[in-house]
Structures are given as C-alpha cells and as structure tokens.
Ligand binder design. Structure first.
Ligand code: FNR
Length: 358
C-alpha cells in the first residue's frame, strides 16, 4: 500500500467521528472480502520488461462516457458530507482538475445537478457519471435518470450487486441508521409519489432483473455501465443486453461476504467479455502497483472508493486531489519501471503469483 495514502488514511481516521469512520471503513459480515480485496493484490507480482528504450509514457484512456487522463476513476460512495462540509462538491472539483471521472452516487449529500455544476466550473468538459440502484418503483428510477440527463451526466452506472442491503456489523454496533440533522440523500428529494420536500429512502430491489436493465437502456441514450459483476456468465449477459461497460466489483466488501476478491474475479470476466466492452475493476486498489496489476489482468481502468473518502476527510478538495496525484505519480513510475510506454504494454504474461513463480 502506498505510504502517503496510509498517512492520509490515518489523518482521516483522526478527523472523523468514529461512527462515520466505521461506516466508511467497514464491510459486510465478518469483513472477509473487505480484507481479501487488498490481500489479493499482495499475492500478485509483475514481471518488469527491460531494455525497451522508452522515455515518455501515455496513461490516458477513453471510455464510453468520458476520457480519463489517468486510468483511475472515482467509484460511487455515499454521503460525502459526513467526511467534509463541502462533500461531493469537493470531490467533483478534484476529479475535474485531475481530468478524471467522478461516478456520483444516488446516495450523495449534494444533488446531482450541483455536483456536475461544481465539476464544470473547474473544467467545462468534465465528465460526471451517475450511479443508481434499480429502485422498486420504476417511476422513481425514471425520474432519477432524467435528473442525471438534465444535470449533464455523460454515463449511467447501474449497481446490480445489491438486491438487499448488506449487513454491516460496525453500523449495527454503533446504532448508525440515519444521517445527522442537516444532511440528506438530496437526489431522493421531491420524487414521484412523495409530498414536496420529502426525501425518499434509498431502496434496493430484490426483483431487479435483466428486463429492468433493458427498460433502463431504452429510457436513455446515455452509455450504461453495469457495476457489481463477478460471474463471467453475467458479464456475457450484460454485453448481450447492450451495456457500454462492466465494473467488476464486490462493492468494496460491503455486500456478499463469500464473494471472491475483486481482482481474483477479473481475469475470467475479461476473458468472457473478449474485448466487446471495457471492463473496470474496483476494490482494494491502494497504490500504483495495484493499478498496474489490474490493467495487466485486462482492466481498462480502476475505480477507487475509500482512499477518496480518506482524502476528503483529511483535507477536503485538496485531500482528494492529493490521492489522485499520488496514484497518478506512482502508477506512471511503475509503468516506467516495467518498461511500458502505453497502457497496452501491461499484458497478462507479466503477472505472476508470489511464491509460485507462475
Ligand atoms: C460504497 N460503494 C457504493 N457503490 C455503489 O454502487 N453505490 C453506493 O452508494 C456505494 N456506497 C458506498 C459507500 C461506502 C462508504 C463505500 C466504502 C463504498 C462501493 C464503491 O463504489 C466501490 O465499489 C468500493 O468502494 C471499491 O472498493 P474500495 O476502493 O473502497 O476498496
């Protein structure tokens, strides 16, 4: 793990209310997957290539919905104003300044229109994507999609790994169920079927199906990403149902605690997709080496969740900017050390399992 990120994490831990720290840091069940996401990267190594005569490197990547100057996007995480008063506005500004994508969640404490406005004030071309869960009430889903479109989002991310809420022991122990007064999931305000000003609960839909995804795709012309895919057959189905991209993710260890580490599920999904759509990986990415490993295993880019929350809690917009800077710099350095010039130079033959040599 990158030592500068560890320091930011410690600063965030000291700054945050311990209940909110545990909400961010914790995972589902016994937190097996939470630990495995990071541990699985430690079990992998990269074989550097030598004498390749290269000095400059290109690390940008084009994805459906936007261009990233570094192969790292900000994964959707909830309630940024628990971390810092500027909340998602700070995250959006830092992402735009680094010229990468913020995937802004339905569970944000700033309305999506304001998030996009903050990003575009920094960079008129900033790409902000909107993440949502299939809501049991399809009118609510449609209203959220229209809000994201009107706000100017350039892609939608549908999170599919949450038919029900994961059970988080740390939150239960603290009795953490509600946001503090003054904070709300602003995208859920004034939705169909609610009185004016009312904020609806974020709900999961156990009935969500591929048919719901089809309806969503027909509802909008925005590129549609499917997040939370681990099984290669689901990846194939996602492609058949017209998604623009797939996010291999176990929700940062917050949903199913017998799931594999995200990076361990990645190669089979990449093989199943066979280049038809890009695959992004999130879960446990904590340094430039992890990014290089994920890309070598076939990811087009990685998403980061908690490191952004630590940056935000430690130092607001500056802290998030610092996280992105650290990752950009370290990844670029690793690529140089591996003799790479382009992201495509990171290939699967470079990856070995520690202790086995293969
Ligand atoms: C999340 N994640 C998440 N994902 C999603 O699709 N919708 C959401 O509302 C949330 N909320 C959320 C809250 C918190 C506090 C965390 C830590 C995570 C999951 C997130 O998008 C991503 O998959 C993981 O965070 C990636 O793992 P790392 O980088 O945190 O290890």
């Amino acid at each position: 793990m990158n030592a500068d990120l560890v320091q930011l994490h410690e600063k965030a831990r000291a700054a945050l209310d311990p209940v909110h720290y545990d909400y961010y840091a914790g995972g589902v069940g016994d937190e097996v997957v939470l630990g495995e996401n990071e541990a699985a990267f430690r079990r992998l190594a990269l074989l550097p290539r030598v004498l390749r005569g290269r000095s400059t490197r290109a690390i940008g990547v084009d994805l459906p919905g936007g261009r990233l100057d570094l192969p790292v996007l900000i994964a959707p995480t909830a309630f940024h104003r628990l971390a810092h008063p500027d909340g998602e506005l700070a995250t959006a500004r830092a992402a735009a300044a680094a010229r990468t994508v913020l995937v802004s969640g339905v569970a944000s404490t700033v309305a999506i229109a304001d998030v996009v406005r903050a990003a575009r004030a920094v960079d008129a071309d900033a790409a902000v994507w909107f993440q949502l869960y299939p809501h049991p009430d399809e009118d609510v889903t449609e209203c959220l999609v229209r809000r994201a479109e009107r706000a100017g989002c350039t892609a939608l991310v549908v999170t599919a790994d949450s038919p029900v809420f994961g059970r988080h022991r740390r939150d239960a122990e603290h009795g953490f169920h509600d946001l503090p007064p003054g904070l709300a999931a602003e995208n859920m305000r004034d939705l169909p079927g609610s009185p004016p000003g009312h904020v609806r609960d974020i709900e999961m839909s156990p009935l969500a199906s591929w048919a719901h995804l089809d309806r969503l795709r027909e509802l909008t012309s925005l590129p549609l990403w499917l997040k939370g895919v681990l099984h290669p057959r689901d990846a194939v189905l996602a492609v058949e149902h017209g998604v623009a991209g797939i996010v291999v993710s176990n929700h940062g260890g917050r949903q199913c605690d017998v799931a594999p580490a995200a990076v361990e599920a990645l190669p089979a999904v990449v093989d199943a997709v066979a280049g038809r759509v890009p695959v992004v990986l999130d879960g446990g990415v904590r340094g430039g080496g992890d990014i290089a490993l994920a890309l070598a295993l076939g990811a087009a880019a990685v998403g980061i969740g908690r490191p952004v929350l630590w940056g935000l809690a430690a130092d607001g917009e500056t802290g998030v900017a610092r996280v992105l800077d650290i990752l950009r710099d370290e990844f670029d350095h690793v690529l140089a050390l591996c003799g790479g010039r382009h992201l495509a130079d990171l290939t699967r033959d470079l990856v070995v399992t520690r202790g086995t040599g293969v």
